[in-house]
Design a protein around this ligand. Structure first.
Ligand SMILES: NC(=O)c1ccc[n+]([C@@H]2O[C@H](COP(=O)([O-])OP(=O)(O)OC[C@H]3O[C@@H](n4cnc5c(N)ncnc54)[C@H](O)[C@@H]3O)[C@@H](O)[C@H]2O)c1
Length: 304
């Protein structure tokens, strides 16, 4: 069973995409808001009925219902309002994530947890610490979404099919994210073959800023994060061993310890099966280290 805790905009969409991809026979939506997960589940089940898909989506306010889950997505909490940074959400969401993870520990202590609530990297740290799970079982979704945005900008700039574009974004899911043109390609051919440096710099800047633009225009980002969650869940449940940037706990990798930050990792049925260490150049390393410092500073302000 896949459990999604937080049945708001992103949680609802993650359930929808997961059901359409038939990632499990049972998907549970949990929320503290009475009626919301039940209504969301009914709405999705009605759609699945027309599609002829035998995935059962259930909505509940009872955390005990997550017993038996192999994957738990934590997307409970407030979202960014226009003008807010992800860090503004830190204090509000830290206590929500702590209490939710206590429940995951209580009812689904064999599961993997995918934190999504923002600010993502500190929330992934809280999740890791509060759960006490092995670090391979806690990996946050942030970079997967950022890379889909980077991919879209590359598609717009080159005109090449989205299918042929591979992109990578690591670091903080926030102001210090690190889109990596050097590790992105069109059909395996480096991006620099297609676009001059100034254009690549522009795409990097746009990738960092576009979430705020979507929030300004429609109030929240919904479909791209919902889909990105389902992509990570898919790599786990189908043991695809895809290389996906996830916010996971570093223990010496990239020269850092005791911090949770976006790095590329092989994601399969055992969760994070291997962290891939890229040979970053000086410029990239500087941004990555700044991201680590930013997350460490956020973490230091939270009582766990
Ligand atoms: N990591 C990412 O890439 C990414 C992308 C988009 C959104 N987010 C984050 O995801 C979170 C949710 O965003 P949203 O737009 O779906 O918000 P939303 O307000 O639509 O939904 C959040 C839901 O969480 C529920 N909730 C609050 N406290 C809870 C608790 N203790 N237990 C269970 N449920 C609880 C609320 O009732 C609400 O239904 C936000 O923090 C947002 O910033 C992260």
């Amino acid at each position: 069973m896949i459990t999604i805790i937080g049945s708001g905009k992103v949680g609802g969409d993650a359930a929808l995409f997961s059901a359409l991809k038939r990632l499990d026979d049972q998907i549970l939506l949990l929320d503290v808001a009475e009626g919301l997960p039940q209504g969301e589940a009914m709405d999705i089940n009605h759609m699945l009925s027309e599609q002829g898909i035998d995935v059962e989506v259930k909505g509940s306010n009872d955390f005990a219902d997550m017993k038996g889950s192999n994957v738990v997505v934590v997307v409970a909490g407030s979202g960014r309002k226009p003008g807010m940074t992800r860090m503004d959400l830190l204090k509000i969401n830290a206590s929500i994530v702590k209490s939710v993870v206590e429940n995951v520990k209580k009812y689904a202590d064999d599961s993997m947890i995918i934190p999504v609530t923002n600010p993502l990297d500190p929330m992934a740290y809280i999740t890791y610490k509060v759960s006490g799970f092995d670090r391979s079982r806690v990996f946050g979704m942030g970079g997967m979404l950022d890379l889909s945005r980077f991919r879209q900008f590359i598609h717009e700039a080159t005109g090449h099919s989205r299918d042929s574009i591979r992109a990578l974004v690591i670091g903080e899911h926030g102001e210090n994210m690190l889109p990596l043109p050097r590790f992105s390609s069109v059909s395996g051919i480096p991006l620099s073959t297609f676009l001059p440096k100034e254009k690549l710099d522009e795409l990097v800047t746009n990738t960092k800023q576009v979430a705020a633009k979507v929030i300004e225009l429609k109030g929240a980002t919904v479909h791209a994060p919902g889909n990105a969650i389902s992509a990570i869940v898919e790599s786990v449940v189908r043991d695809r061993k895809q290389v996906i940037p996830v916010a996971t706990y570093l223990d010496g990798e990239y020269g850092h310890s005791d911090v949770t930050i976006g790095v590329p990792a092989i994601i399969g049925k055992k969760g994070v099966e291997k962290i891939i260490e890229l040979d970053l150049n000086d410029e990239e390393r500087q941004v990555f280290d700044k991201a680590v410092a930013s997350v460490k500073s956020a973490i230091s302000g939270i009582e766990i």
